[in-house]
Design a protein around this ligand. Structure first.
Ligand SMILES: [Zn+2]
Length: 444
């Protein structure tokens, strides 16, 4: 690359070079010297861009760029953050309960109850895990004014005290970006261990084996040395990984068979020919139809407070003891007790689907268990705050509740015409990525 200034300076005698560069530095300083007495924030953010542009001609090894950056820090220091006495942060430890955290912070059990009431339709506070943080804000009487739950960079929930003393919630979601990587490997011993060695986590391995379950028996039919290729993407908000991941595509070469699965934009998996790999979802997670006693309504008003209190599911008037069925294949990710939602179960399905079953009398599955479509998972009941026995059923797509009675659910049909071409383009692209990565791995 031509570097005229550098070439010029290296040809000059040392003294001249120093003078020339000092002049350059001086003019840069004048150029960026703040015009007002108070350095404005936009200037601070603008400067590194301008600097790097004007210094791009020079080799960074000369260290001047670094020096200018240091001067810049001295000249325009970042303002000291103001300490807000009313705020306190708490990092969740393993085994923590919200009740214990509240009493340690001097908040009343009544306020805990109000927060739990606000969380009834979200159920975000039931699964506090190490890595999550809580930020509390107090009022002048040391009582809770607001609480923010930080789950990951793309998911925060803000609970705020309203004028009537009750809490409202606001979910702050940021979809962020997905970055993919290709993982390849061979199966020696169990598929589970081989996939784990290649870098897949438990949920991803469960997805793969459930997607191919009807086509291959992983414990019996896999030949030693069978190859697999996986495109997995990880979610980032800014620079921060949110810990969410998903399988975009997989190919498995076993004996003379090639198994494929690719994730479409509609959240469902199809093979490379566009055939559905998912069994149809059940529209209603019950053996027969029951009267709908309350419909899905994201803008329902609370009868007393008149505040928006969304009804994120469909209520079926089931008498206590009615068998509740898993709407589709998946893994149980929660079996919890909540003062308002009662005993409830959450299932993670393939792609971007989740289902919840509330106010249960009894759960018949445990956390982490794999379940099949139509499997009995619970008996309905009237636990939590209810006016009578019923099943409250929720369907979430991409972490957002949708109307379970009208939403597009996997129907085990070939890929729809809409988005079909884009799907096959994506598949071709992923297959190239997979083959390249396999070649690279073989050369290592
Ligand atoms: Zn309900």
């Amino acid at each position: 690359m031509p570097q005229p200034l550098l070439t010029l300076t290296t040809r000059l005698p040392n003294t001249h070079r120093r003078i020339l560069l000092s002049l350059l530095l001086l003019s840069l300083m004048i150029l960026f010297w703040p015009t007002s007495s108070k350095p404005e924030k936009p200037l601070l953010t603008l400067m590194p861009v301008l600097l790097s542009a004007s210094w791009a001609q020079l080799e960074p090894e000369h260290g001047w760029q670094l020096q200018v950056q240091q001067w810049q820090l001295v000249l325009f220091p970042e303002p000291e953050p103001e300490v807000d006495e009313s705020l306190s942060h708490y990092a969740i430890q393993s085994g923590d309960s919200l009740s214990r955290i509240f009493s340690r912070h001097g908040f009343s059990q009544q306020q805990l109850h109000q927060i739990m009431a606000a969380d009834q339709s979200l159920l975000a506070l039931d699964v506090l895990r190490p890595g999550h943080t809580l930020t509390f804000q107090r009022d002048e009487h040391n009582e809770l004014l607001s609480m923010e739950l930080f789950i990951h960079a793309g998911n925060r929930v803000l609970f705020q005290r309203e004028a009537d003393g009750e809490f409202s919630y606001q979910e702050l979601l940021d979809e962020g970006e997905w970055y993919s990587q290709t993982l390849v490997g061979e199966i020696h011993g169990s598929f589970y261990l081989s996939a784990q060695r290649a870098g897949l986590n438990d949920a991803e391995i469960a997805t793969v084996s459930q997607l191919f379950r009807d086509r291959v028996n992983f414990s019996r039919d896999i030949q030693a040395g069978a190859r697999f290729q996986v495109v997995r993407s990880d979610n980032y908000v800014g620079e921060e990984a949110t810990g969410q991941s998903r399988i975009e595509g997989i190919r498995l070469f076993n004996r003379r068979q090639q198994l494929t699965a690719f994730l479409h934009d509609n959240g469902q998996y199809y093979d490379a020919e566009g055939n559905s790999l998912q069994r149809a979802f059940m529209r209603i997670p019950l053996q027969r139809e029951f009267r709908i006693s309350s419909a899905f309504n994201p803008r329902r008003l609370h009868p007393v407070t008149r505040r928006v209190s969304p009804h994120n599911g469909t209520d079926f008037a089931t008498p206590t003891g009615t068998p509740v069925l898993a709407a589709a294949d998946g893994v149980v990710i929660r079996v919890e007790n909540h003062p308002f939602a009662g005993r409830y179960i959450e299932i993670q399905h393939h792609g971007q689907y989740k289902t919840r079953y509330l106010h249960l009398d009894r759960a018949l599955v445990r956390n982490g268990q794999r379940v099949e479509r139509g499997q009995r998972i619970a008996l309905s009941g009237a636990t939590g705050r209810v006016t009578g026995p019923h099943l409250h059923y929720e369907l979430h797509v991409n972490n957002r509740p949708v109307n379970p009675m009208t939403a597009n659910i996997p129907l085990a049909q070939p890929i729809p015409d809409e988005g079909r071409d884009a799907f096959f383009e994506k598949v071709a692209f992923m297959i190239r990525q997979m083959d390249e990565e396999t070649l690279l791995a073989q050369q290592r």
